[in-house]
Design a protein around this ligand. Structure first.
Ligand SMILES: *[C@@H]1O[C@H](CO)[C@@H](O)[C@H](O)[C@H]1NC(C)=O
Ligand SMILES: *[C@@H]1O[C@H](CO)[C@@H](O)[C@H](O)[C@H]1NC(C)=O
Ligand SMILES: *[C@@H]1O[C@H](CO)[C@@H](O)[C@H](O)[C@H]1NC(C)=O
Length: 267
């Protein structure tokens, strides 16, 4: 349900979703909310966001105060990309900042309650900066800028089930020796882990070895983009807040991106 706090909130709701009803979760509504998040981040003003009364902010797998989180500092955004999950009523946004006080590569899932994209129920962020796994924002930006993220044509879109299976299969490789072979690797496919680049992406894969399953998995699945993003805690290697995003094109893995926070602190 929509919670009106003041007139500015009302005006923004009308701009965000002119025609959506609360009954269905629309792609446009999800992407508008994701854009409002990016605008708030660019301005360093979380107060501009339309948050539901039961809003939760989570940063690096810890519930915390949005007012003192990453959103409270303005970062110039060099690149952003969002995907939309109309079934879960959630979106995924990644953004890269190379020019601010601190470079960042950030993965954020935004969730909405009751299919109502005019207010945000949860912002769930994993952020990486200097000192994190293979961190180099400029290098990452260079790889990601060259990628093709056009919509997958109707009839060629991977199913939700396949995307979930690929996302889970990927995170299971560290604990399940057979998981790597369950994934349909593409021959022309790129893996960008932090700023570490591997092509083809199915090269040098883990085959079990850890007893700790990568846990706390949260999914955003977008059949139109052929992508799944899973936020998790990377327990197999060290309880790190982590994002793994995989894109499937023509039934095969095309891109893999990881954002991993190894510092275990607020931002
Ligand atoms: C996000 O990226 C789009 C292009 O993909 C751009 O038009 C928009 O201005 C960007 N938003 C921000 C806040 O940088
Ligand atoms: C409030 O949010 C929490 C955490 O997301 C959720 O578990 C709970 O069910 C929500 N409560 C209501 C009344 O929506
Ligand atoms: C949200 O929308 C989906 C698909 O449009 C529908 O199946 C579901 O029942 C809706 N949920 C609510 C809480 O309205």
């Amino acid at each position: 349900m929509v919670h009106l706090r003041h007139n500015a909130a009302l005006a923004a709701i009308l701009t965000l979703t002119p025609s959506a009803s609360a009954a269905d979760c629309t792609r446009d509504g999800l992407l508008s909310a994701a854009h409002s998040y990016l605008a708030a981040q660019t301005a360093g003003k979380p107060s501009t966001l339309l948050l539901s009364s039961n809003f939760t902010y989570q940063q690096n797998n810890k519930v915390s105060a949005i007012a003192s989180g990453l959103l409270s500092t303005a970062y110039p955004i060099a690149l952003n990309r969002s995907t939309a999950d109309t079934t879960a009523c959630a979106s995924y946004t990644m953004w890269i900042s190379t020019a601010g006080a601190k470079p960042f590569v950030v993965s954020t899932q935004i969730r909405h309650a009751n299919n109502d994209t005019s207010s945000i129920a949860m912002i769930d962020t994993v952020s990486a900066t200097t000192g994190d796994l293979f961190f180099d924002a400029k290098k990452t930006l260079g790889y990601i800028q060259k990628e093709d993220w056009t919509d997958i044509p109707v009839g060629k879109r991977p199913s939700r089930e396949l995307l979930k299976k690929v996302g889970d299969g990927y995170l299971d490789m560290w604990t399940d020796a057979k998981a790597a072979d369950s994934i349909p690797w593409g021959t022309e496919c790129e893996r960008v882990e932090g700023s570490q680049y591997t092509n083809p992406c199915g090269k040098t894969l883990p085959r079990g070895g850890s007893k700790k399953n990568n846990g706390l998995r949260r999914y955003v699945i977008d059949e139109v983009m052929g992508s799944v993003d899973v936020l998790c805690q990377f327990d197999s290697l060290g309880a790190w807040p982590d994002s793994h995003e995989v894109r499937v094109v023509d039934g095969k893995v095309k891109y893999v991106h990881t954002v991993t926070n190894m510092r275990g602190v607020g931002t």
